[in-house]
Design a binder for this molecule. Structure first.
Ligand code: GDP
Ligand code: MG
Length: 194
């Protein structure tokens, strides 16, 4: 893969679609010389979402650890709220909230291509927690949510977009959502490719 043609995968989540932010989100990638090379609005099946989020113990436990850290920070008892303070048991619960949320509305999926696409798109999206995301990022400009509230309400943090975190994750997600012979188009961006 040529360095100018790194690809990443982005999903506009239910809150992004329902807030009318599809155009704004796409605009912000294009504004930074990123190229949209595949794009579709669709209604996800539970099975497709379930396969999208990793199932391996390390990933799920990390999700549980993040949730526990928030409880510790805000002095909430995980044992009281969930009946356990074992991250390996809390992680699968958070994963279920995520899947439930992601099938609650249509989504927009896309492949974004460009120089350091994975890192650039994560930078444009902002960090996971909207209350910590800088102004100028998608999450910082259009959302405000806290894991302290989300965890108590037993739902995922609402943060508008999903974006791959590594080139390996991107490759896997593009194949999952667009198929192995992904319907990816080719064109030259003015001022970028020529
Ligand atoms: P992302 O790559 O920035 O989207 O974040 P992760 O891959 O770590 O987590 C996946 C999604 O799970 C996030 O986008 C959030 O919607 C949700 N999430 C992550 N951490 C927490 C948490 O501590 N509590 C809750 N309720 N949701 C979380
Ligand atoms: Mg992630």
């Amino acid at each position: 893969m040529k360095i100018k043609e790194e690809r990443t995968f982005v999903l506009v989540k239910p809150d992004g679609v329902r807030k009318g932010l599809i155009g704004e989100i796409i605009k912000r990638f294009e504004q930074r010389d990123m190229k949209i090379v595949a794009l579709e609005m669709f209604t996800p099946t539970r099975a497709m979402i379930d396969q999208h989020y990793p199932k391996d113990k390390a990933w799920v436990t990390r999700l549980g650890e993040k949730t526990l850290n928030t409880f510790t920070k805000y002095g909430i008892s995980a044992k009281k709220e969930y009946g356990t303070d074992d991250p390996a048991k809390i992680g699968p619960q958070v994963r279920t909230w995520l899947v439930d949320f992601m099938v609650s509305a249509p989504l927009v999926k896309m492949v974004v291509q460009g120089v350091h696409a994975v890192d650039m798109v994560r930078k444009i999206a902002g960090p996971t927690m909207p209350y910590l995301a800088d102004m100028g990022t998608i999450r910082g400009d259009y959302s405000n949510d806290s894991p302290a509230i989300a965890n108590l309400e037993k739902r995922p943090v609402y943060n508008l977009v999903h974006a791959s975190e590594t080139p390996e994750e991107a490759k896997h997600e593009i194949a999952h959502w667009f198929g192995k012979d992904a319907k990816i188009v080719s064109y030259k961006r003015f001022g970028v490719d020529e």
